[in-house]
Design a binder for this molecule. Structure first.
Ligand code: CTP
Ligand code: MG
Length: 166
C-alpha cells in the first residue's frame, strides 16, 4: 500500500515539483516590461503584456533551484528538473502566443490551454532524461494540475497578485 501511494501520488509530485514552481513563481515575481516588448504578429500581440521578462527569468531560475535541491536525493532530477523549468516556460509562452492569435485578451480564461500547456511541455522536455512517473502517476498529475490551477489562481487573486480569480 505504501509503495502504491509512493508511486502514484508522492513520486509524481516530487517529479513535477520543479515545473510547478517554475509555473507559479512568475505570479509572485513577474513585473516590468513584457517579453515581447509590445511587438505584434499578424496584428496581435506576440505573447501579450502578462508575459514579462522578469517573470520568465524568475520562473526558470526558481524551477532550476528546485531541480538542484531535489538532485541531492534524486541525482537525475537535476537535468530532468532543469528541462522541466525550460519546458514549462516554452509551453506557457506557446499557450499565450496561440491565445493571442485566437483573439483571447491577456488573462482571459481558455480551458485546457491555461492548465495544461506548461504541464505537457514540461514532461516532453524531461522525457529524454528518463524516470517518468508511471501512467497512473501521470493520470494523478493531470487531475492534481487541474485542481491546483483553480486553487492557486483563487489564492493569488485573494492575495491581490492577480486581477482575476482564474
Ligand atoms: N507572469 C509573468 N511572466 C511570465 C509568465 C507569467 O510575469 N513569463 C505572471 C503575470 O503576472 C501573469 C501571471 O504570472 O498574469 C499568471 O500567468 P498566466 O496565468 O500564465 O498568464 P495570464 O495572465 O493568464 O495570461 P495569458 O492570457 O497570456 O495566459
Ligand atoms: Mg492564466
Amino acid at each position: 500500500m505504501a509503495d502504491l501511494i509512493y508511486s502514484v501520488v508522492l513520486y509524481p509530485i516530487i517529479y513535477i515539483w520543479p515545473a510547478y514552481v517554475a509555473n507559479g513563481a512568475p505570479v509572485i515575481f513577474g513585473r516590468g516590461p513584457a517579453l515581447d516588448l509590445g511587438r505584434m504578429f499578424r496584428g496581435k500581440p506576440v505573447f501579450g503584456k502578462h508575459k514579462t521578462i522578469i517573470g520568465l527569468i524568475a520562473g526558470i531560475l526558481s524551477g532550476m533551484v528546485m531541480a538542484a535541491v531535489e538532485s541531492a536525493f534524486l541525482p537525475y532530477m537535476l537535468l530532468a528538473g532543469i528541462a522541466m523549468a525550460l519546458g514549462t516556460h516554452f509551453g506557457d509562452l506557446l499557450g499565450s502566443f496561440l491565445k493571442r492569435q485566437l483573439g483571447f485578451k491577456e488573462g482571459r480564461p481558455f480551458l485546457l490551454f491555461d492548465q495544461y500547456f506548461f504541464f505537457i511541455f514540461a514532461l516532453l522536455f524531461a522525457l529524454p532524461f528518463g524516470h517518468m512517473p508511471s501512467i497512473y502517476g501521470l493520470v494523478f498529475l493531470v487531475m492534481l494540475t487541474g485542481v491546483l490551477h483553480k486553487l492557486t489562481n483563487m489564492g493569488a487573486h485573494k492575495a491581490k497578485l492577480k486581477d482575476v480569480p482564474w
